[in-house]
Design a protein around this ligand. Structure first.
Ligand code: MEV
Length: 266
């Protein structure tokens, strides 16, 4: 029986965290690292998950098993070995949870499993906007906007040349999960209208060609106002700004613990 393999990249949100959940636009690009899932079927009664790379603990194992159960609703039971080669920091803003859903679903269900993979994403990451899923599924830079009636995904054909001046900094894993943080922000939507609007506007400013350092500074301040940048990360970014550069958290961030990955632009 033939093995099937699929690679799903991580993602970097350049603008739009949380704002996209409320209908504002966001911009994201795929990372050049990601997760590869390979399924080797065997005539056995067991399924072995063979994980290579960082981040395998009990929580990740349960997460992987739940994705597999989700896939089994659309295919025969998964028996054999599922090999996962991970290059992404887990639960740190680079889309590892969505990349796992997409890589595993494609390896088990084939490339045309978009609808089922999105249903599994809905179960695994409730209340997500769809931005992470869209950029990871398509593996290309996008402008994303989801309104009550439709989702618009525009492919960006002229990637930003200033990305060559950026670097990623790992500030450690947040203590809270993304669904918990999204629910917390949603519960305060009325109070947070202004920072959400500022974040939404940053996408248009980047697309309009404004200096990304100015945009990142405003974006970061709005993320601070949402309460999703831990103090140690606030201090790190203040020091980066003193050097004339700028930086922002690139995913859900956190309230305590680390803030996940930060993107610095020089
Ligand atoms: C998480 O990568 C991005 C958030 O905007 C949540 C979402 O869009 O689903 C925080």
């Amino acid at each position: 029986m033939k093995a099937s393999s699929c690679f799903a990249p991580g993602k970097i949100i350049l603008s739009g965290e949380y704002a996209v959940v409320f209908g504002y636009p966001g911009i994201a690009v795929p990372a050049n690292i990601g997760i590869e899932a390979t399924f080797g079927p065997r005539r056995t009664v067991t399924l072995t998950v063979d994980w290579h790379g960082p981040g395998y603990d009990q929580r990740t194992e349960e997460y992987v098993r739940r994705i597999i159960v989700g896939c089994e609703q659309s295919r025969k039971p998964v028996r054999g070995t599922l090999t996962i080669r991970n290059q992404l920091p887990i639960a740190s803003g680079m889309g590892s949870s969505t990349a796992l859903v997409i890589a595993i679903a494609r390896a088990l269900l084939g490339d045309d499993c978009h609808e089922r993979a999105l249903e599994i994403e809905d179960e695994m990451n409730p209340d997500h906007s769809g931005l992470d899923f869209a950029v990871i599924w398509g593996n290309r830079p996008i402008r994303f906007r989801k309104s009550a009636s439709e989702t618009t995904i525009e492919r960006l054909t002229n990637p930003f040349d200033w990305l060559a001046r950026t670097e990623l900094i790992d500030t450690g894993k947040p203590n809270e999960s993304t669904p918990e943080l999204v629910a917390w922000v949603k519960s305060r939507e009325k109070q947070l209208r202004k920072p959400l609007q500022i974040i939404g506007n940053c996408a248009e400013r980047l697309l309009g060609g404004e200096d990304p350092r100015a945009v990142f500074r405003d974006h970061h301040r709005a993320q601070l106002a949402l309460g999703v940048v831990p103090q140690s990360v606030e201090e790190l970014i203040a020091n980066i700004e003193k050097e004339g550069s700028a930086a922002k958290v690139i995913g859900a961030g956190g309230r305590t613990g680390g803030g996940g990955m930060v993107l610095r632009i020089n």
